[in-house]
Design a protein around this ligand. Sequence first.
Ligand code: ZN
Length: 470
Amino acid sequence: MPDMNTHVPFDAATAVKVDCPDAGAAEWLGAHLFEWFGRFAPNVAAAELRSAGMTPALPQGDEAYAIAADADGVRIAANTLAGVRWAAYTLRQLAIAKRGTLMTEGYIVPALSIAERPHLAFRGVHLCWFPEVRTQQIERAIRLAALLKFNYAIIEPWGMYGSERHPWWHWPNPSMTKAEVSRLVALGRDLGITLIPQLNTYGHATSARGCTGKHAVLDLHPEYEPLFEPGGWNWCLSNPETQRVLRELIAEMHENFGTPPFFHLGCDEAEPQTCPECVKTPNDVLVCRHIAGLAEFVKARGARAMIWHDMLLDRDDPRWEGFVKCGSKTTATLADTLPKDVIICDWQYSYGDMKETRSDWPTMAYFKEKGFQVVGCPWLNFNAMKPMADYIARIGGFGFVETTWHHLRGEEWEKMFANAADAAWGSPVSHGVSFQRSLRMVGHDMKVTDYLDTGHLNYQVPPGWWVDNY
Ligand SMILES: [Zn+2]
């Protein structure tokens, strides 16, 4: 653990030795220390440390790391570049400016001896690219997630993805352009966080929040009505043109995201199909064929499909009392019929009991028993995060995804990221360093100059405050 009372130099005279089988690790570390600390960056050299016992014992696993920092310098051991990254982020968070001068003249870090590894291999955040969300906010969230040692970010476009194949699918002037996606994907790859695209392929076809009455397609392009069920919430699953369009969008996004190993197909909160063609096929058969077909398409592209869980639980089943479930007896049969390599993202938000501290999550155990890999997904239920992640680890689940929706702001952002990061990693991931300090580092990396890109809120006082007559 860091000894906050004893600091050692961390500057241009410091040697950082790194022991990692990845030949590129020392170079990555040197480049990033220079980016963060400029002319005060320590010198980096590859070295054999483990056999000489010069670091704490390195745990097994791709993401494990061990660091020793003392008067002799800093030593890092890791099994892969991923471990070196997490070690570097820990050092960066703990380094502070040398004391006693007007301006920075070097850095110091607490004397420390740390060896750790995450207890979940898949640690994600789910980010919503609303029309109201600025690109800078998405980039800040991605960078901060990486700094907090999340290794995946699922990006949901909300009508903002600038598809070239189907430009009618997005709102006018979408900020999630293909060039911007490529840039963020490359950034994520360098930082150790893989971006995963999401496309709502069943319900939520509006690409807009239901409570707003908006529809990203039909409000401006009514000519595409046949692709949707009457009302527009669901895609029309029996229409071969829907199937073609969805596959083309999946291919375009998957390619644009650099062919990541996962693709999220959405599938939450759908309504029963109602159009005259869809009702000719039993709903369970139609929906299963649809999701299984798209999952197969994703698989053929070398990736695995993820879906939200809720349509796979019958809302009238007493076993799920108090848990999120949106399905019927019919759609619940999907838990038996869907291909088992579809990853189930079980979002449990402790509705009605935000102080939830339960340690067992029976819906997650249910999907695990059905043969699926399952991901636990909390939201604003901060107390539930650690028990949920621990439960997923205990049952051998797949991972943990913090959903953020329209709450990527203010203290909610802080509590979501900070608590979820600790829960997914399995121990305090920032070693006591505040969210604000970490967020500020992200701003430095982005070289922000705009007031709006600082802090966790755009404004200290709402812009209308001085003009409203109250
Ligand atoms: Zn239909």
